[in-house]
Design a protein around this ligand. Structure first.
Ligand SMILES: [Cu+2]
Length: 123
């Protein structure tokens, strides 16, 4: 009887050990460093940028994702300018220098923050 119990206990232990294996793998995967994303998205709709003003760290890539309509992303001072973006298209620009970058849509806005316009503050 004792021997039988011992065998049952042993087989139970081995089942637990097998089941525990995936858990160990999971926690090991958690420690794997992820690639630094460093991207911020601005949503483009008709006729605004959301958020209108964003503040990011130097080196950040800002992605303008166009949900609807035809728009462009143009820096007031010419640091960047996108092609015409149609539905579902996006434009990105990496800011490597601190500063205040005002931009606007070439169709629906103007330099100086008028109408469809926004600002990226890089610190
Ligand atoms: Cu526009």
């Amino acid at each position: 009887m004792r021997k039988f119990l011992a065998v049952v206990l042993l087989s139970l232990l081995s089942v637990v050990a097998v089941n525990a294996k995936p858990l160990v793998k999971k926690s090991a995967a958690k420690g794997t460093p992820k690639a630094a994303a460093n991207k911020v998205t601005v949503t483009v709709t008709s006729f605004q940028f959301t958020p209108k003003t964003i503040t990011v760290a130097v080196g950040t890539t800002v992605v303008w994702f166009n949900k609807e309509g035809r728009h462009t992303i143009e820096a007031d001072k010419g640091e960047f300018k996108s092609e015409v973006l149609t539905d579902g298209k996006s434009f990105e620009f990496t800011f490597s220098k601190a500063g205040k970058y005002a931009y606007h849509c070439g169709f629906h806005g103007e330099a100086g923050g008028k109408d469809m316009a926004g600002t990226v503050v890089v610190k």
